[in-house]
Ligand binder design. Structure first.
Ligand SMILES: N[C@@H](CCC(=O)N[C@@H](CS)C(=O)NCC(=O)O)C(=O)O
Length: 208
């Protein structure tokens, strides 16, 4: 059994989509980041950076419980545990790693800033709005180029790169992006949305 510490955010949903995809049994432990649950001592013991998501796998590599924080590390851990959604062929595996790192370093942190300045900043900050919306458009264009002519991020095989990127793309409205301007991404999003396990993962730990 895996305990998933999460909240209704793109980073959390990367992991719930993966858990649904591989059909591992898991329990959801909501961490309400709007009410500072992430700073409580028992959560800090699992997630030293005070952020969701984190997991505890009660059946870790040596049969003992193990905790994992950072969504990219969790996706890799689960992919290796189940031997699924991480290509074995060296070139494809390398490509998958690169797009996972691209998401972790760019199509996440910068979109998060766009979310913040478009929706949550107590007052409009035009410089920041312009900076992060422009970066969002650039990142979407990079993604559109990668997806052009192929079904998923890594050619025809669905991978943890798709699971990492999709929940961030799904929040396009917060980024002031119209998927219609990025047809390859729009087609890929439709393919992702159509999958049952993606739909289930996107509802964890609730709508929103
Ligand atoms: N690099 C981290 C980022 C995690 C992250 O930013 N989590 C946010 C929610 S999406 C969070 O817990 N925020 C709470 C806070 O900043 O206090 C990962 O991918 O796991």
């Amino acid at each position: 059994m895996i305990d998933l510490y999460t909240w209704a955010t793109p980073n959390g949903r990367k992991v719930s989509i993966m858990l649904e995809a591989v059909a591992l049994e898991y329990r959801v432990k909501p961490i309400d980041i709007l009410h500072d649950d992430q700073f409580k001592a028992d959560f800090l013991a699992i997630s030293p950076n005070n952020k969701i998501p984190a997991i505890v796998d009660n059946d870790g590599p040596d049969g003992q419980p193990v905790s994992v924080f950072e969504s990219g590390a969790i996706l890799l851990y689960l992919a290796e545990k189940t031997a699924r959604f991480l290509p074995q062929a060296p070139r494809l595996r390398l490509e998958c790693m690169q797009w996972l790192m691209w998401q972790m370093g760019g199509f996440g942190p910068f979109l998060g800033q766009a979310h913040h300045f478009n929706r949550f900043a107590p007052e409009p900050v035009p410089y920041a709005i312009q900076r992060y919306n422009k970066e969002a458009q650039r990142l979407w264009q990079v993604l559109d180029t990668q997806l052009n002519g192929q079904a998923f991020i890594i050619g025809d095989s669905l991978s943890i790169a798709d699971f990492a990127i999709y929940p961030w793309a799904a929040r396009f409205a917060w980024q002031k992006v119209d998927p219609a301007d990025y047809p390859a991404v729009a087609g890929w999003m439709a393919r992702m949305e159509a999958m049952d396990f993606v739909q289930r993962g996107m509802q964890v730990p609730g709508p929103g």
